[in-house]
Design a protein. Structure first.
Length: 202
């Protein structure tokens, strides 16, 4: 835990060295942390909340990480499986290969939604599947955004020494996750129709 806090403080101090360029550098940093993953996304998002407040910090994090997410997916599509598998741990590629196509959308959404999974790696792995870009970005947006918001609020100190706010945010997070999970059929139908429309136009 102390190492984690030290890393947050180290990133914060490093960013402050850029003065007026700090927001722009932070935005670029969020893009790159997905593509080359020097730090866990949660660490950098906490820093954004601490430096810029929860609104600006969230917007910078959301924009940067989603651009990085799109880039990672596109890189995997472009370079292909042999190149990506050279640096992605085999345990994650094996897990991906074991997922049936019919369950891929929901499994990927849950990986993005809940903490503890290597989200950035799965951005690349998703690019190795038949999933199209539009479907992937919708899943990533719905799955990753709640976590970004909650982490930014924590970094900004919104929930510090205020258990009521913490309970409210966690409750909203749970409700959001529950609504999407219980409506998984509708989401899967939408994604499947999106895939078919793209096939018709190609």
């Amino acid at each position: 835990m102390l190492e984690y806090l030290d890393s947050v403080d180290a990133v914060k101090q490093w960013l402050l060295r850029f003065g007026g360029w700090t927001p722009f550098i932070y935005f670029l940093f969020q893009i790159l942390q997905v593509i080359i993953a020097p730090l866990p996304g949660g660490t950098t998002t906490l820093v954004g909340g601490a430096l810029f407040g929860w609104i600006k910090g969230f917007l910078l994090s959301e924009a940067g990480i989603m651009i990085g997410t799109a880039a990672a997916f596109g890189i995997a599509k472009k370079l292909g499986r042999p190149v990506i598998l050279k640096w992605v741990p085999s345990k994650w590629t094996d897990k991906l290969d074991s997922i049936r196509d019919s369950r891929l959308n929901m499994v990927l959404f849950l990986i993005f939604l809940f903490p503890g999974f290597p989200d950035d790696i799965f951005c690349y792995l998703a690019g190795l599947t038949k999933m199209n870009f539009k479907s992937f970005m919708l899943i990533a947006l719905l799955g990753r955004t709640p976590g970004f918001l909650m982490t930014t609020l924590m970094g900004a100190g919104i929930m510090q020494d205020n258990p009521v706010r913490l309970v409210i945010v966690l409750g909203l997070y749970g409700i959001f996750a529950g609504v999407l999970i219980f409506n998984k059929k509708r989401m899967e139908t939408y994604l499947e129709n999106s895939k078919k429309r793209k096939g018709d136009h190609s």
